[in-house]
Design a protein. Structure first.
Length: 192
């Protein structure tokens, strides 16, 4: 996950034109915000709880199935989603004032939706609960694909960043106690 997110940052640098204007700078900042939101969505709580679940699983078949499902099958669409987003950001940087072509709109917004849907499945597999808010965000992003072709590319990038940041802020505020308990337990396990 870290490598895929790092590559998305590299795509921002590669996508910037030789002459950098305000639109490209704003798009690059939005790209970094998106990458940070993707990182947060995975590493804030989900990765910690899933790692604990894997550690506590019985040796053998149960542990192997969790590892296979979580870190192979479900990570593949997450990484693919990040790669698609990176392509979308790179193309956005090449024409911030242009309308996105349908393929690029699907890569940008559909890639983010794929990433979130994989998170929904990852959580369901490891925590046994369904993240309705991430499911709704993914569906909103998919519904925005046709709209994205009629907007300037920079606006679409801004909408994606706003949706992801809104999701993260909601989760941070709504689940502050849970997040704190998860972190304190992690700190206790690390010290013990």
């Amino acid at each position: 996950m870290i490598i895929a997110l790092g590559e998305s940052i590299v795509a921002i640098g590669i996508g910037a034109r030789p002459t950098i204007g305000a639109g490209v700078v704003i798009a690059a900042v939005l790209g970094v915000v998106i990458a940070a939101a993707l990182w947060w969505a995975y590493f804030d709580v989900s990765a910690i709880i899933a790692g604990r679940r894997l550690e506590r699983a019985a040796e053998g078949r149960e542990r192997n199935e969790i590892a296979r499902d979580s870190y192979s099958y479900l990570h593949l669409p997450m990484v693919a989603g990040i790669a698609l987003i990176a392509v979308g950001i790179k193309r956005t940087l090449l024409g911030v004032d242009d309308h996105l072509k349908p393929v690029v709109a699907v890569a940008l917004l559909g890639g983010a939706a794929m990433y979130l849907l994989a998170h929904v499945a990852f959580r369901l597999r490891n925590m046994g609960s369904l993240s309705i808010r991430r499911l709704v965000c993914a569906l909103v992003l998919l519904a925005l694909v046709p709209v994205a072709t009629a907007l300037p590319a920079l606006a679409t990038l801004g909408i994606l960043a706003a949706v992801l940041v809104s999701l993260i802020l909601y989760e941070v505020l709504r689940y502050a106690d849970l997040r704190e308990r998860v972190r304190h337990q992690l700190a206790r396990e690390g010290a013990g």
